[in-house]
Design a protein around this ligand. Structure first.
Ligand SMILES: Cc1cc2nc3c(=O)[nH]c(=O)nc-3n(C[C@H](O)[C@H](O)[C@H](O)COP(=O)(O)O)c2cc1C
Length: 255
């Protein structure tokens, strides 16, 4: 394995950080690499908000489904899918009037822009993760940033076409940190040849065999199987209801 493959192989989501701060020089290296990420049409439809302020971190640790470790990370980066800047530029450029003259209908930020800007933001985010890993800095995605839109909007001054898609925590690995590599599904259930492979019920069950086995050792919901337990923990949970509500509010901004 080469160095890059090793870095990818050894990465784990890090939720416990060394005391060392991430200095500005190191953070700038990560941000520089982040901005080299591929981006649709070279438009860079994203923004990155660097969060070091302890009060803001404390608030986010509560609004993102009460995850106290968020406040212990020296740096948070919020990746925002962002059409605000392009939209403003189109307005300044009188693109709407131009489009009318061409007898076209002006397209204000749409769900197509949203999808592309989310792609941009997430590709940039994962580039930051790998860049940080290469410098001995671990990270963890916080999907719960999708909750409590109204609070996050006010806390971080988010304009209308700025969609906070992913929060990342960053901090150094502790010297003696024991990395726990979480298993993945077998490749045959994930990588298909040439066309999508529709799996039989038997194959779907086989895909979850290992999870069923582990579930028998740990069943906090008194469920009959892993599927029931996982549904109760995630898709049927209170936090997921809040996530759906909050995303619904955000989507109202995009045609
Ligand atoms: C979109 C996304 C959202 C996530 N949200 C959270 C989160 O809110 N809290 C958390 O502790 N981990 C979160 N994670 C980390 C996953 O739990 C982790 O990637 C997964 O369990 C696999 O473990 P690994 O990253 O160590 O391989 C998230 C990961 C992704 C990609």
């Amino acid at each position: 394995m080469n160095d890059t493959l090793n870095i990818i192989e050894n990465r784990v989501s890090l939720r416990k950080y060394d005391k060392r701060d991430i200095d500005d020089n190191t953070l700038n290296q990560i941000l520089h690499s982040t901005m080299r990420a591929p981006t649709a049409g070279n438009m860079m439809m994203y923004s990155v908000i660097v969060i070091r302020d302890q009060k803001t971190k404390e608030i986010l640790s509560k609004t993102c489904d009460n995850q106290p470790f968020i406040a212990t990370a020296p740096v948070l980066l919020l990746f925002v899918a962002d059409m605000e800047k392009w939209h403003r530029y189109f307005q300044i450029s009188k693109a709407e009037e131009f489009e009318e003259k061409r007898n076209g209908e002006y397209s204000s930020p749409s769900t197509a822009d949203l999808m592309l800007s989310i792609s941009d933001a997430l590709i940039a985010a994962q580039t930051a993760v790998i860049a940080a890993e290469s410098l001995g800095i671990g990270s963890c995605y916080i999907g719960d940033i999708l909750e409590n839109y109204e609070t996050h909007k006010e806390l971080l001054d988010l304009p209308k076409y700025a969609f906070p898609i992913s929060l990342l925590t960053f901090g150094y690995y502790e010297e003696e940190y024991k990395r726990n590599h979480r298993d993945r599904f077998d490749e045959k259930f994930v990588v298909f040849n040439e066309k999508y492979k529709k799996m039989s019920d038997e194959e779907i069950k086989e895909m979850f065999n290992e999870k069923e086995r582990l579930f028998k050792e740990n069943n906090p919901y008194d469920a009959e199987n892993f599927g029931q337990m996982f549904y109760a923990r995630k898709n049927g949970s209170e936090y997921f209801e809040e996530m759906k509500r909050s995303i619904g509010e955000m989507l109202k901004n995009w045609k």
